[in-house]
Write a protein that binds this ligand. Structure first.
Ligand code: INI
Length: 155
C-alpha cells in the first residue's frame, strides 16, 4: 500500500504567519503562498493572513494558530538575512527549532518558509526571482501535509 498527500486544497483552512521584518521579501513570499493555495483550489475565505514583527516571534504565534484547531496547516514565512544582524544565528536557529517543535507537539503541519540567506540578493532570488518562490513551495508542502495527515488519520 502506498500513502501520499494530494495537492488538492479545496476545503482546506490555512493560516499564513508572515513577518514585517524584511517585508520587501516576505510580502513576495506571502503572495507566492496565496497564489499556490488559490491555484490548488483554496478559497479566499479559508486563508487567514497573520502579520507579525519578526522571525523570532514565529514559533509563538504559529503555536497559537495550531492550538486554535481552526487550521489544517500553518505556513510560516520570514526572511533572516545574515548581513543585517550579528544575531542571525540566534534568530534563524530559534525560528527553525521552535517551528519544528510546534509541528511535532501540536500535530498540525507547519510549513517552513523562512529564508536564511547571507545577502538580500539571495533572498530576492528565492522570493520570486531566479530561484523560484519559497512561499509558493511552502504552501504546496502545507497542502500535501494537510491531506497526508487526513489520510493517515482516516478522516
Ligand atoms: N527578524 C527577521 O525576521 N529577520 C532578520 O533578519 C532579523 N534581523 O536581522 O535581526 C530579525 N530580527 C528581529 C527579530 O525577529 C525580532 O522581531 C526582534 O528581536 C524582537 O523580538
Amino acid at each position: 500500500m502506498k500513502i501520499e498527500g494530494n495537492l488538492d486544497a479545496r476545503g482546506l483552512r490555512i493560516a499564513i504567519a508572515v513577518t514585517r521584518f524584511n517585508s520587501i521579501i516576505t510580502e513576495r513570499l506571502a503572495a507566492g503562498a496565496v497564489d499556490a493555495l488559490k491555484r490548488s483550489g483554496c478559497i479566499e475565505e479559508d486563508i487567514t493572513m497573520v502579520h507579525i514583527p519578526g522571525s523570532w516571534e514565529l514559533p509563538l504565534v504559529v503555536r497559537e494558530l495550531a492550538a486554535s484547531k481552526k487550521y489544517d496547516a500553518v505556513i510560516a514565512l520570514g526572511a533572516v538575512i545574515r548581513g543585517d544582524t550579528p544575531h542571525f544565528d540566534y534568530v534563524a536557529g530559534e525560528a527553525a527549532k521552535g517551528l519544528g517543535q510546534v509541528a511535532v507537539q501540536s500535530g498540525v503541519p507547519v510549513a517552513f518558509g523562512v529564508l536564511t540567506t547571507n545577502t538580500v540578493e539571495q533572498a530576492i532570488d528565492r522570493a520570486g526571482a531566479k530561484s523560484g518562490n519559497k512561499g509558493f513551495d511552502a504552501a504546496m508542502t502545507a497542502i500535501e501535509m494537510a491531506n497526508l495527515l487526513r489520510t493517515i488519520r482516516g478522516q
